[in-house]
Write a new protein. Structure first.
Length: 463
């Protein structure tokens, strides 16, 4: 008797469960057909898109409740100091692929395009309760462009799987030149899970908000700090910021290339095969790496000079480039070089910019900064910084309207006030003093930063 009652109860439960399932399916079908609403996880952002530079479209897994007051949308990748405001354009959504889609107006103080941000969650208030709607993935969601709007980090170069927004700030009252070469130093320890570099492989590159790869050149890798130069084709306006991206591919992907139009290059001595991945000619205004066994076009030599993936100049020999004119008041000429010894004749610069009447540059291993003219007048000052008579270092030379500058390996520049320094240089030359020897690896000409101050760089979080 008891078994029959138990059996009847089980049959009743099974029939009731089946009825409930049928009712749920019917209700869901009615909701979908009548309201075109997909049923999914509650409180989720399905997608984030930009229809313009300041309009954000969010698809949600369900309708916002009546009377919901938007408190804000949280973004990642936002530069420090940015203030963002968000407002709901229309309480009634449209439907996109079955999901309710809401439009939000977004503005920020930097007036930067919306889409270099990522959405992490939407916050609203209803009936005195604050509710956060997270993304469906649980991770910040990259904003995608729609309606022909192509901006921000939603457009990634091929193979890039993670990226970091970089804000470059020109705090000077004048714009940078266009194009402009920006120095960026990367602490590899901050990106140990993403970055790979050893001279023969690099898995990173730089790109714009539209996904265009920027020409870049790795100068050095010292104690876990990568020094890279990135060419910004349009420069940076006065008192303004520019945002670019550092993108990472898989650690086994090699993005080193000498093309200058894709991927990233490096200084000639960093590659196991000299200059294999050197794209310096695409990054700098002028560039020479002295690859091979002959001088590049436009360079001449005299005396004891040998070229073999770099230049060796001995016994009062010299090399000279005089095939073009530069303005040393708007450009910096750098050389990766060294001189083997200190000579007694200080008024004979070894790395020089010059024209018919004036010359200025480094003397004997960078220890001095010399100006002289054709009448023999000269001035002399000591250059402080990292230079050596036994290993390569970077010497930099430029001028102002009243004097000239020399700098050793990016230390504080030395200034010589010495009459009027011309705004043209018609030659770059190297010649050792007396019995000493000069070694030159590469020479470049790059844009002079505004007021000689390089714009600052700040990194966002990995996306």
């Amino acid at each position: 008797m008891l078994n029959k009652k138990l059996q009847g109860a089980l049959e009743y439960i099974m029939i009731l469960s089946a009825v409930i399932i049928v009712v749920i399916i019917a209700v869901v079908g009615y909701m979908y057909s009548a309201h075109n609403v997909k049923v999914g996880s509650f409180d989720e952002i399905i997608s984030a898109q930009a229809s313009s530079s300041n309009t954000l479209l969010l698809e949600l897994s369900e309708l916002l409740p009546p009377g919901a007051q938007i408190k804000g949308i949280n973004f990642t990748g936002v530069p420090s100091g940015t203030s963002i405001s968000v407002s709901l354009e229309n309480q009634t959504p449209v439907y996109n692929d079955g999901y309710p889609e809401y439009s939000f107006s977004v503005s920020d103080l930097l007036l930067t395009p919306l889409t270099y941000y990522n959405v992490s969650d939407l916050v609203y208030e209803v009936n005195g309760k604050t509710i956060a709607v997270a993304t469906s993935t649980g991770e910040p969601m990259a904003i995608e462009g729609t309606n022909g709007y192509n901006g921000g980090s939603s457009t990634l170069p091929s193979g890039i799987i993670a990226y970091v927004p970089i804000t470059i700030s020109n705090n000077q009252n004048v714009a940078t030149p266009s194009p402009f070469q920006q120095m960026i130093q990367i602490n590899e320890g901050n990106y140990a899970n993403y970055i790979a570099y050893n001279g023969n492989i690099a898995n990173f590159e730089f790109f714009t908000q539209s996904g265009s790869v920027l020409p870049a050149w790795i100068e050095s890798n010292n104690s876990g700090t990568l020094t890279v130069w990135v060419r910004l084709p349009n420069g940076i306006p006065a008192n303004s910021n520019s945002v670019i991206y550092l993108g990472f591919a898989s650690k086994t992907t090699n993005l080193l290339s000498s093309s200058g139009t894709s991927d990233i290059g490096e200084a000639p001595q960093l590659s196991s095969t000299y200059a294999e991945y050197d794209d310096g000619a695409s990054v700098f205004n002028n560039y020479w790496n002295f690859a091979g066994t002959s001088l590049p076009n436009g360079w001449k030599s005299s005396g004891s000079v040998s070229i073999n993936n770099g230049v060796t100049i001995a016994n009062a020999g010299s090399i000279l480039q005089s095939s073009y004119t530069i303005n040393p008041q708007t450009t910096i000429t750098d050389a990766y070089w060294y001189d083997t010894g200190w000579g007694p004749t200080y008024f004979n610069p070894n790395f020089v910019l010059e024209n018919d009447t004036t010359a200025w540059g480094f003397s004997v291993a960078g220890g001095c900064h010399v100006n002289y003219d054709s009448n023999g007048a000269s001035s002399l000052g000591a250059v402080t910084g990292s230079y050596s008579d036994s290993s390569y270092w970077i010497g930099s030379i430029w001028t102002s309207t009243s004097g000239s500058y020399a700098m050793a390996s990016y230390s504080s520049p030395n200034y010589l006030s010495w009459g009027f320094i011309p705004s043209t240089a018609t030659a770059i030359s190297f010649s050792p003093t007396e019995i000493y020897v000069i070694y030159v690896q590469w020479v470049r000409v790059r844009a002079l930063p505004p007021n000689s101050v390089m714009p600052s760089v700040s990194f966002g979080s990995v996306q």
